[in-house]
Every structure is written in structure tokens, then in C-alpha cells.
Design a protein around this ligand. Sequence first.
Ligand SMILES: [Zn+2]
Length: 112
Amino acid sequence: MEKASENKLSSYFVPLTQDQIKNEDENIDYYDEYCKLYVYNLLLKQKIDELAVEKDRFQKRLSNLEESLSNGKKKRHRRTADKIERHYTCPICGKSYGSEASVNNHVKLKHS
Ligand SMILES: [Zn+2]
């Protein structure tokens, strides 16, 4: 009895047809049903795990895409050199900069 059920396990991997389901309804073998449900649940669990991995992959790809899109926007919206107001002038060469820090940086780099 148990041996026969074990041998049948592999057949459960194929979904039952409507006729097969009807025929089995007339004479329900509960151990058989138990095995079937167990295997189906294993398969479902496996499928869910696979889908979860796939979902993670897609989510990563999506966030990468969103990141590269927003990077592109940042680049486009960045002020161009001529639009930066330059109120700070290098006391040595007269070049103008947008901030005191920029001038200091320039002086350190070019004039020391
Ligand atoms: Zn200078």
C-alpha cells in the first residue's frame, strides 16, 4: 500500500485531468490525497521561491534604471559654466568664481 503510493508520487507532478479528478472523488484515498497535496505544496513553494528571486532581479534592474534616469536628469539640470554668478575674484590673476571656497581652491592649486 505505501510502496504503491510512493511509486505514484512521480505521476502527481502532472496535473490531473477533470476525468481523473471525478473518478477519484468516488473512492477517496486520504493517504493518496495527503501525498498529492504535499507534493503540490512543495511545487508551489518552489515556484514561489523562484518568482521571489525573479522579482528581486527585476526590482534591482528597475532601481538601476531609475537611478540612471535621475542621473541623466541631474546632468541636464546642472547649471552650465556661464550661468554661474561669479562674485568672487582671484586677487592674483583676476579669474572669477561662484564662491569664496572656489577662489581659495583655485589660489591653492594655481598660485602656491
Ligand atoms: Zn588666480
